[in-house]
Write a protein that binds this ligand. Structure first.
Ligand code: PGA
Length: 241
């Protein structure tokens, strides 16, 4: 695991955007796993900036997002699909049929999860996946528990996860869905390269525990310790002291 401490959250976002654009330039048919949440917003802002100044060609890139809310249609304002459209997809020339996304409003959610696993496999697996970390150690919607699901699955969201997503639902906790669909830990760990980003003092304890050396389902991010190519990008506030 490589740990990088950047000067601040903006410098981190800029460095990550440069790295992702370089990966796209080096491999035009890159298969990229993407996160949502508050942490990656600065990164997506830097991506938009770069795409105005010196655009990378995304016409052959494929993307797969980590997770989505159950019961929320892709076009609904609170969906992660809408978040990604606003933050990134509308600003690069990615083909709509190259955007992989879980549909939380699918009529058969088990079939939807199987479809997603197949789509990732058919794309040849993910070359690079970007991740955030929950304060409770979750990755995607893989929440702490006695067991973790290996593959894409329906997940019950922790209260803290629902609270941190309030802004997408008019700041009303009651409107945040109780379930999500998420790539499983094995799906994530099969990406060839992983970059995890964490910024702000509220993430310092989670980062410290992730790096602590014990692997446990009670702290899903600890499973990243078994992956051979993980870079952890931090700002000073999120760095373990
Ligand atoms: P946050 O979420 O960026 O909104 O803190 C990160 C995560 O829960 O993965």
């Amino acid at each position: 695991m490589t740990i990088e401490i950047h000067e601040d959250a903006t410098a981190l976002a800029r460095a990550l955007a440069a790295r992702v654009c370089e990966a796209v330039d080096d491999r035009p048919n890159l298969v990229l796993g993407l996160p949502t949440g508050r942490t990656p917003l600065a990164f997506y802002e830097q991506m938009r900036r770069r795409s105005q100044e010196r655009p990378s060609d995304w016409s052959a890139v494929r993307t797969f997002n980590l997770d989505e809310f159950v019961g929320v249609a892709p076009g609904a304002p609170g969906s992660y699909r809408s978040y990604m459209q606003r933050e990134l997809f509308a600003h690069v020339n990615v083909r709509p049929d190259h955007i992989g996304f879980l549909n939380g409003a699918a009529s058969d959610l088990d079939a939807e999860c199987e479809r997603y696993e197949r789509a990732i496999a058919d794309a040849g697996g993910m070359d690079l996946i970007l991740l955030g970390i929950g304060g409770n150690g979750h990755i995607g919607f893989n929440e702490p528990g006695r067991t973790l699901a290996a593959r894409t699955h329906r997940a019950r969201l922790e209260p803290s996860t629902r609270a941190s997503n309030r802004a997408l639902f008019g700041d009303s906790l009651d409107r945040v869905p109780v379930d999500g669909l998420s790539m499983g830990m094995a799906t994530i760990l099969q990406a060839r390269r992983v970059v995890l980003i964490a910024t702000g003092a509220t993430k310092a304890a989670a980062v410290r525990r992730m790096l602590g050396g014990s692997i446990t389902t009670e702290f899903p991010a600890s499973f990243l310790l078994v992956h051979p190519d993980v870079t952890v990008m931090l700002d000073p506030a999120a760095s373990p002291r």
